[in-house]
Design a binder for this molecule. Structure first.
Ligand code: DC
Length: 225
């Protein structure tokens, strides 16, 4: 049987990757995988287990024992389970956001996550979204995109999203968090955030989700059947 292609979508926090990747997967009938959610889930576990964030060994050990699973609910939405508990909402708190870059820069954590992600993509037909998918996790993906936007626009979008979920937080605080995460994600030694050489770079600052989808579909056509 012919293997379906894989699509990699990378970029910094708040560029609109998740919405774009989810919609693209739905349009193509592919499986959507949010790898940031996996890093967030193990960060949540480290916080719940009260592990010292400086204790890399303890964090790697905890990640080795963690069970992560994506499941589709009856409405077709993807939900993430950590040790059989649905953590889809719990991983979206500012507390998890503030610690996730620390956990995700640990090589042993990245190693485990990357091999889980490759296994999920082994049969093809996935749209995988993250920071290092085109460069590291799936270097042979048939189509690669790097979505970005100005830090002001990314902070504005994240702020809006958090407000809608009921969090009272200053825009300046969201901006500080985004800058901090960019700094750690871009400068870590293993699989730092950067566009793959063969990725199409799209600046989403001035585009709405529908326009981004049009660009992605145009970029994909010809590269996948
Ligand atoms: O996409 P997100 O904001 O939910 O990702 C949360 C964090 O996870 C992000 O700050 C960096 C990390 N991450 C990573 O290091 N590699 C990935 N492939 C995806 C996310």
């Amino acid at each position: 049987m012919k293997r379906h292609p894989n699509i990699a979508i990378d970029g910094p926090a708040g560029a609109g990757k998740s919405t774009a990747a989810r919609l693209l997967a739905a349009k193509l009938g592919f499986i959507y995988i949010d790898t940031g959610a996996m890093y967030r889930a193990v960060t949540l576990k480290a916080l719940m287990d009260k592990i010292n964030m400086a204790d890399e060994l303890a964090i790697v050990q905890m990640v080795e024992d963690a069970k992560l699973e994506f499941k589709t609910d009856e409405t077709g939405n993807t939900r993430l389970f950590l040790d059989d508990r649905d953590v889809t909402e719990a991983i979206r708190t500012p507390q998890v956001a503030n610690h996730v870059s620390l956990v995700s820069r640990i090589p042993g954590v990245r190693h485990k996550m990357s091999s889980l992600q490759r296994a999920m993509a082994s049969r093809g037909g996935v749209v995988m979204e993250g920071r290092d998918i085109g460069t590291h996790v799936l270097p042979d993906a048939e189509a690669k995109f790097y979505l970005t936007a100005s830090v002001e626009e990314r902070a504005r979008r994240r702020h809006e999203e958090l407000k809608q979920r009921g969090y009272e937080i200053e825009l300046s605080e969201v901006m500080r968090d985004i800058r901090q995460r960019d700094e750690i994600d871009t400068n870590r030694s293993l699989a730092p955030l950067k566009p793959a050489l063969d990725a199409e770079i799209i600046d989403c600052s001035a585009f709405c989700a529908d326009q981004v989808i049009e660009l992605l579909l145009a970029g994909v056509s010809g590269r996948i059947e």
